[in-house]
Ligand binder design. Sequence first.
Ligand code: SF4
Length: 424
Amino acid sequence: MCLWQEPSRPLCNRPWHTQGFLDFNGEHSYTGKVRSQRLTDPGFNEKSGQQPVGLSMDWLLAFVKVVMRRNTRQIQVGSVAVGGTAPVSVQSMCNTDTRDVAATVAQIHDLEAAGCELVRCAVPDQAAAETLGAIRSGISIPLIADIHFDYQLALDSLKAGVDGLRLNPGNIGAEWKVAEVVKACSERNVPIRIGVNAGSLEKPLLEKYGHPTAEAMVESALGHIRILEGLDFCQIKVSLKASDVRRTVEAYRLLADQVDYPLHIGITEAGTTWSGTVKSAIGLGSLLLDGIGDTLRVSLTGDPVEEVRVGWEILKSLELRERGPVFISCPTCGRCQIDLIDIAEEVERRLHDLPLKLTIAVMGCVVNGPGEAREADLGIAGGQGQGLLFRNGETVRKVKQEDLADALVEEAWQMVEQRQKETS
Ligand code: SF4
């Protein structure tokens, strides 16, 4: 029995949960290839259509590996597909002055290196719009122009070659202005993100609801969507951001039940790197576990490169995407007899840009250390002033504590080289 589009046996009480992505042998696909495979209940009789009594163990074991995802339309932002079977993409926004092309391009290169797949720049004025062409030609990821109120800036950005617009059609004035922008987007196949923000909701909605509630945010989004649909434009993605987790999650859940446009998820103005990371992980993690979210942006008061790192860590934690190493390290306790915290931090800092997925365990003692280290690709289990090094589940050698970080880093790169040779 196919889990996909199977109304007779709903997987949960959300009717739009009809699409599943299967993780075969821990391999997560970056394309739609593996994701399109079907999960079959071995007990289902195709000919008679008879269901087995209860669920077979095989089916249940397969089921727990499925990550359910809301079924959305797919749009194309330049070279990056968003929605449908496309992987959840990671995006960020520059905090440079857009008119400073060199600084903006340099920041985008840093973001790209960290794994940013879509980038947005603020377009506050004509001069900023005019620089977008130069920025676009200096980078290799799709560029999105962030426009507020001024349709002419949207038209200029489109002429400059941007791959996407963030613009709320209800905020740019007369209908003919919206129509011109939509026409220019259609001609260039450029999608529009409707970005509802609790801090800038329309006055009538604030009067109706009293506050920028989740319902008010959804009503705002539906109003903007209707404007674009009225112009026959459906290359839309939508975001509904508030600065608190509960309201944001509630708003996305409400909208997800009403439209099938891909959703850009994020907690806006989430705070500094520390508090914003916690809020974003809870908010985006809750939504992604619900199958909601096609692209994400973590908003932090800090270096946007951190936004990208946090975004990836969220996706990796939920096993939705893979990128570089997965670190495991123990919190240490009274049994630990090596300087584990420094070693773990050094290893993470030196290996964060490893090009392959390797699981690396840095463990303090022999209680849980050997078990975790053996399960990982590489690991150490601390002893008195030294540690045992493990590789592929086997003990390799004892290493003095001052050499443990170097040993792990060297082993990790050797392992990467070996795997690259094997696959080349
Ligand atoms: S692995 Fe050992 S040192 Fe680390 S927390 Fe567990 S018991 Fe303590």
